[in-house]
Design a protein around this ligand. Structure first.
Ligand code: AMP
Length: 289
């Protein structure tokens, strides 16, 4: 695995790969890698000839008072994990090269970035869209893989790719969970054992919502109420939102009669956690290859 820290070097390597007729798969991350990230790496590997994983804790997607400074980092361990997966390139750019002094260009996706996390993290998706657009120009991938763990982010990126005509296919990876059901996240490292136990309520409450849907409930306010009550059954959890949205557009819906996702965000022991469950998946047309 080649470790690249300079933007020009990555661009030159990508140009060479493209000249050789190789397809490039990109998995952007903020590091402190877990099985959720690695599942995306495996997907990228299956779908492309050369895999690039980027690790960059992107300052522009953190708001004031958020955890940018203390975000967990372990480059050595990440390298070992990626080597073991047979990753071809690890891109670790420097913040001062990504955002040199005088930097002033940002990408803003409007509607789909509003509501949900967009309301609680102002500027977050602007930072995400900007850094991902930059990585697309640096890595020049044919495909890029994003996890459904960050469902709104996935749709923001899909929208950006469509709107800005990036010639890149966005692939989604399913949300990977720990054995106790908690969604894998680098931020889980912040949880004390007691809060970690409490945090399992997020997935349990989402499953209750899904069960209610499967028993015939279609009204989103009733389904959200079930999820909220379940979350509230555990003390000291501060709910930011529980919402059911159209799974393809993220538009608000009152009745579930198509693809839909239940999304939650809550603060447990000072740690902001997000989770979601798709209650109806989009039916993809079967394609003959
Ligand atoms: P992050 O390092 O948190 O920025 O995440 C990098 C990528 O990994 C994003 O596309 C995330 O959606 C994805 N990801 C993070 N956690 C999970 C998970 N538990 N399951 C699947 N994908 C994940």
């Amino acid at each position: 695995m080649q470790v690249i820290r300079k933007i020009k070097e990555m661009q030159a390597s990508s140009d060479r790969l493209r000249r050789e007729g190789k397809s490039i798969g990109l998995v952007p991350t903020m590091g402190y890698l877990h099985e959720g990230h690695l599942s995306l790496v495996r997907k990228a590997k299956a779908l492309s000839n050369a895999v690039v994983v980027s690790i960059f804790v992107n300052p522009t997607q953190f708001g004031p008072g958020e955890d940018f400074e203390k975000y967990p980092r372990d480059e050595e361990e990440d390298r070992t994990k990626l080597e073991a997966e047979g990753v071809d390139f690890l891109l670790i750019p420097e913040a001062r090269e990504m955002y040199p002094s005088g930097y002033q260009t940002y990408v803003e996706v409007t509607e789909v970035a509003k509501g949900l996390c967009g309301d609680f993290r102002p500027g977050h998706f602007r930072g995400v869209a900007t850094v991902v657009a930059k990585f697309f120009n640096i890595v020049k991938p044919h495909i890029a893989v994003f996890g459904e763990k960050d469902y709104q982010q996935l749709l923001v990126i899909k929208r950006m790719v469509e709107d800005l005509n990036f010639d890149i296919e966005i692939i989604s990876g399913t949300l990977i969970r720990e054995e106790d059901g908690i969604a894998m996240s680098s931020r889980n490292a912040y949880l004390s054992p007691e809060n970690r136990r409490k945090a399992t309520i997020l997935y349990r409450s989402l499953k209750e919502g899904k069960t209610s849907f499967e028993s015939g409930e279609r009204r989103t306010f009733a389904l959200c109420k079930t999820v909220k009550e379940s979350l509230e059954s555990v003390g000291e959890i501060s709910i930011q939102y529980v919402e059911i949205r159209d799974a393809e557009t993220l538009e608000k819906i009152e009745i579930v009669n198509g693809p839909a996702v239940i999304a939650v965000a809550a603060i447990v022991g000072g740690v902001r956690l997000i989770d979601n469950i798709i209650i109806v998946r989009e039916e993809k047309p079967f394609c003959y290859l």
